[in-house]
Design a protein around this ligand. Structure first.
Ligand code: SAH
Ligand code: F3S
Length: 483
């Protein structure tokens, strides 16, 4: 199910629209593929271009500028985007003044190849170059192609206040780190998004304050690896002589950032994603346990249940270390939900390795998961060092096996909620019924229930009456004390 959801999102992309800035006359069509970070980056881009006279539009045919924020994580994601670009070019035949730009990971990976070989785009902009968009767009409108794919060691867009695109006005994402230093051998992200850097906590808290003032109720802190968040005072560094002094006096790690967020905004619900098992500290787990407004849910990708494969993937932990982390989480936060990312058919994966994955899943019984067949990415360490030797049918068969097992565990987990009364934040109308709200409990499980007199953004107590493997079905029994 989850796998299907991910694939579906990759195929469709999300056309993003926002409130109009009065006086802006140019039209921007911006579409996002891939992870939440990309959605958030598109909000930054829309904010930068709003100052240049652009309003977003949902009508591709009307656009002066079409931007697609791209994903390179698997070959399939790139193929989908290529098809979209061909489609944009057909529209361009009708509207020749329209300009087409590629943003994000695929722009970074393919760089000017897009202009030289493919001739289907006018503009190529990598994830750290969005501030240069006004200049680049100017170049393009003057008839020149424009490329900026320079990666940065310090760009965090900390001072850019993102306009919220397609927002429900209730939940929003706030980026806290950019890039990734982990170099998992299968992964293209360190190459497309550059070195890891953390954003100034002051600007993070200011952005959340702004969201709270506008009545947002839930914030998800985003990063490729949130647990390695570390801010050490930026410019203040030179005032201290030794690294240990910096650490003692000014450093803010992820547990401290979470604590600051939870204490400063007691009415806001906090989530975060993604956690990396190697960096998740006990202090993060204790901070989660301490605050009611930090949701009891951790997305904790493992990729494989076999230590041999984990090593080949350059993940910095064994199967046993991961299981002991899970045990600690369950000891300190007994009702904590966990989800996984898994890859089947990585280089050299044997049937025995695959069985190890199934047995790890049996031990953890994840609430949900995102599962993928390995897709070799050019330039990654795995592509250089290892042979992509598991046949596609085997990758797919193993994938089906883990998806089926996950479905069983998801149902087991949702069943544990039946009969309980849980706090739910109302996020929108249920997809299947106009008369029902949908929201999520602290564990991130979706709950639907009759609307009655409740409103979008209310915190409501819901009695869970039944479930499927993905959704809880219930009835509101009153407002939560948090309301
Ligand atoms: N730390 C990141 C991970 C980004 S990639 C985060 O914030 O989620 C998301 C998931 O895609 C990974 O956890 C992995 O399971 C999957 N993935 C990455 N590279 C892949 C590849 N080459 N083939 C198949 N799946 C891949
Ligand atoms: Fe990719 Fe591993 Fe970083 S999956 S995003 S290199 S933690």
């Amino acid at each position: 199910m989850e796998h299907e959801k991910v694939i579906k999102e990759e195929q469709q992309g999300t056309a993003l629209v926002t409130d109009l800035t009065p006086g802006n006359s140019k039209k921007l069509f911006i579409e996002s593929y891939g992870c939440q970070m990309n959605m958030n980056d598109s909000e930054i881009v829309a904010s930068i271009l709003a100052k240049e006279g652009y309003n977003t539009t949902q009508k591709l045919e009307d656009a002066d500028l079409v931007l697609v924020n791209t994903c390179s994580i698997r070959d399939k994601a790139e193929q989908t985007i290529r098809k979209r670009l061909v489609y944009y070019n057909r529209i361009k035949e009708i509207n020749p003044s329209m300009k087409v730009g590629v943003l994000g990971c695929m722009a970074e990976r393919l760089k000017s190849k897009f202009l030289e070989e493919e001739k289907i785009v006018d503009l190529v902009v990598g994830p750290d170059a969005y501030r240069d968009l006004p200049n680049l767009v100017q170049e393009v409108t003057e008839g020149r192609d424009a490329v900026n794919v320079i990666l940065s060691k310090d760009e965090t867009y900390g001072d850019v206040s993102p306009v919220r695109l397609n927002s429900n006005g209730v939940s929003a994402f706030v980026s806290i780190t950019r890039g990734c230093d982990n170099m998992c051998t299968f992964c293209v992200v360190p190459f497309t998004r550059g070195r890891e850097r953390s954003r100034d906590p002051k600007s993070i808290l200011e952005e959340i304050k702004d969201m709270a003032d506008r009545n947002y109720k839930e914030i998800t802190l985003l990063g490729q690896n949130v647990d390695s968040y570390l801010w050490y005072g930026g410019g203040l560094k030179k005032d201290f002589k030794k690294a240990s002094e910096i650490a003692q006096q000014t450093a803010v790690d992820f547990a401290q950032l979470l604590d600051m967020c939870a204490v400063s905004f007691p009415k806001i619900r906090f989530r975060f994603s993604t956690s990396n098992p190697q960096d998740m500290s006990m202090s993060v787990i204790h901070t989660m346990a301490k605050h009611k407004n930090i949701c009891k849910y951790i997305h904790l990708p493992i990729q494989s249940g076999s230590t041999t494969i984990l090593k080949r993937m350059n993940r910095q932990h064994t199967r046993e270390e991961y299981l002991s982390l899970v045990e600690n989480i369950r000891k300190i936060i007994p009702d904590c939900a966990l989800s996984q990312d898994m890859i089947t058919g990585f280089c050299g994966e044997t049937e025995e390795d695959h069985k190890q994955t199934l047995s790890l899943m049996e031990k953890v019984k994840y609430d949900f998961g995102f599962m993928f067949a390995y897709s070799e990415r050019p330039g990654t360490l795995a592509a250089k060092k290892y042979e992509d030797d598991v046949p596609l049918e085997v990758k797919k068969r193993r994938l089906t096996e883990i998806i089926n097992l996950q479905q069983k565990h998801s149902l087991y987990r949702t069943q544990q909620h039946v009969g309980k009364v849980e706090e739910v934040l109302i996020e929108g109308t249920s997809k299947k019924s106009d008369t029902h709200w949908k929201g999520r409990n602290t564990q991130n499980t979706v709950i639907v229930f009759p609307k009655e007199h409740y409103k979008l953004g209310d915190f409501v107590m819901v009695k869970v009456e039944s479930c499927t493997s993905a959704t809880l079905i219930g009835k509101a029994v009153g407002y939560s004390e948090n309301n």
